[in-house]
Design a protein around this ligand. Structure first.
Ligand code: ZN
Length: 153
């Protein structure tokens, strides 16, 4: 029996649809997911309980330096500073602002849109090619969530 290691929990399980959910792609090709059923269900549950947020890091000079999205506001944001933070985060002083989106789709679209409009210096450049969007969206209203001094949460 062929086995596969789950991408998320790292447990090795039989490569069957019992353990790895079956998916059909755009071309009608069937494949087994890389994430096991247990992890998939756990993430679905978290997702159902969670809310879609956009957040942004504003530095002391009032520049938007980073834009992100999350379903887990209270868990995700401290993680920026507590788990092996990048150098700029260790030195970051400023405010984290958040905005609640109406749906998961809104969250994904708005994050991508805002990154392209503002081109924050610490966002992945792959997410903001040089061309700007050819349409405009109303920017959401952000509220202050946390003041950060020298990367200390
Ligand atoms: Zn798993």
């Amino acid at each position: 029996m062929e086995t596969r290691q789950c991408n998320t929990c790292r447990v090795v399980k039989d490569l069957t649809s019992e353990f790895f959910p079956q998916e059909v792609n755009d071309r009608g090709y069937t494949y087994l997911r890389k994430k096991c059923v247990v992890c998939r269900l756990r993430e679905d549950n978290i997702r159902r309980r969670s809310k879609p947020y956009i957040y942004r890091f504003i530095d002391e000079d009032n520049n938007i330096v980073y834009i992100g999205k999350t379903f887990q506001l209270t868990r995700r944001l401290p993680r920026h500073f507590n788990e092996k933070p990048m150098k700029w985060k260790q030195e970051f002083t400023g405010t984290i602002e958040v905005s609640l989106m109406n749906s998961e789709a809104d969250m994904h679209i708005m994050e991508m849109y805002l990154i392209n409009i503002h081109k924050p210096i610490y966002n992945d450049k792959d997410k903001s090619p040089s061309d700007l969007p050819t349409f405009s969206l109303q920017e959401p209203i952000f509220e202050s969530h946390k003041e950060i001094k020298n990367g200390k949460w």
